[in-house]
Ligand binder design. Sequence first.
Ligand code: SF4
Ligand code: SF4
Length: 243
Amino acid sequence: MSEKSVLEQMRADIERALAKPLEQRRWAMIVDIEKCVGCHGCTAACKAENKTPHGVDYRFVKDAEDGEYPDVKHYFMPNLCMQCDKAPCVEACTDGSVTKGVDGVVRIDYAKNTGDPKVTAACPYGVMSTDEGDYYTKGTPKLEPYEDAATFEYGQEAGRKDKIGKNRKCHYCLHRIEAGMLPACVSTCIGEANYFGDLNDPESLVAKLAGKKGIYIFGADFGTDPITRYLGADEYHCAMCHE
Ligand code: SF4
Ligand code: SF4
């Protein structure tokens, strides 16, 4: 029998996790920046999946350089929600809409969320946005209907109008995971640079990688205990410093 591909392994890991109660799962993503080729496919896949408008990017990839000539390194750094265990966005939220799930994913309840700018500002990673109601096709002869199309974030079908004025961020595509699928960014990455699964399952690919040498906690000094981790990043400086 042929060996399972990385994507097949991760889908099998998700299936095993879904067979357990929610509180026994701990979803996690590991991004290998040595494998990232900077194609921005993950950003595009995320935009298509979650219909994020102009001004809201759940996932973006920074083009960065480190060092001085002739000892210069160039790399790409995907940025996304770190699903922090001590999440400043949750602490800053006063309307009760931004919460840490028992499966590790930080959620936003759009029905309760009031789009408090303090919640956006609280994220030290710069990955929380406020949907200001902007459109890519604003100023053109016609606002395209896909910009108002419904998404299925957090398992709820909701059109764009329900999200304007709200805080928004990456949720690891929880709605896809709970249907047995990988997050959109993971399934479309041509470099296979993203690993996703259940950290509580020692047989999962992500749990095996988490114990490997070279795993890097990006922004560890922020003190937020992020779940999202990086591989191959420890030799580079903080990508947030490179705009
Ligand atoms: S899709 Fe993969 S290779 Fe392309 S930018 Fe995103 S993480 Fe990097
Ligand atoms: S990375 Fe930012 S938005 Fe995500 S949980 Fe941490 S503080 Fe909140």
